[in-house]
Design a binder for this molecule. Sequence first.
Ligand code: UTP
Length: 290
Amino acid sequence: MKITKAVIPAAGLGTRMLPVARAVPKEVLPIVDRPAISYLVEEAVAGGIRDVLIITGRNKTAMEDYFDYSPEYEEKLLAAGREEEVERIHRIAESANVFFLRQHEARGLGHAILKAKPFTGDEPFAVLYGDDIIVSETPVCRQLTDAYEEYGLPVAGIKEVPEELVVKYCTMGMTPLSGNRYRIYDMIEKPKPEQIMTNYSILGRVLLTPEIYEILSVTPLGACGELQLTDAMQTLCRKSGMTGVDFEGTRYDMGSKLGFLKANVEQGVRHPEIGEEFASYLKEFVKTLQ
Ligand code: UTP
């Protein structure tokens, strides 16, 4: 079955990004001149997806505005002969069917995903975590849908991470399939050191089947008193397995201050307009750090 739907959970409070998160949702923090959420929708579209549901919350309307026309800007830009920029605004607004739904209360990633049930119906769907930006040759969404088409099981985008991060993220129990693909038979959210199976964690992308809703509805609250998606995926793994894809791409955690800065520095030097100038500035600045 072709995957045409994606869900972007973006209703979290973003406490690691306080104090700015009180005023600006982390999902619209910029990477140079585009908000994080824009990268996610573009990745989904490049991966063949047309319908995107963004799970949102209070004080996050900036996301909706970004995917709308902007008559005030357009008038000014047209008067200044900047037609391409108006076209760009329209392209962003029309690139996908973007839907929004409120989570009402940030009760965990699993709880956010449960909200997507009326949108996804009985179709499999991609999930792009709202604060995980991944820049890659082949959109990670596509890397996951290819694995789904081949193995017919739900898929997790995984990467090896340092041990100090495994205990904060999750650990995978898995065996190799072929190339960068694995069969995941178990996973544990925020494992204790003695529970670590491998240093592979899920980083920001999964592809789920509707079965997840049933499991989520009977999954008890987990770490931090929240309904954890990983706990539900653990049930799925133990029951029928998932495919793990050690994806190609550079991931930025926009939910952390360091990740936000890395994204801006690395994508800043690649930016077509200011990249060269920024790189020259950086080289000089780095000398002052010695
Ligand atoms: P995180 O756990 O990184 O988000 O969830 P958080 O809770 O906002 O982060 P901190 O720990 O307080 O800094 C990953 C993604 O899931 C969304 C977040 O918006 C983020 O994009 N999320 C999380 C929801 O949509 N709802 C939730 O209840 C929790």
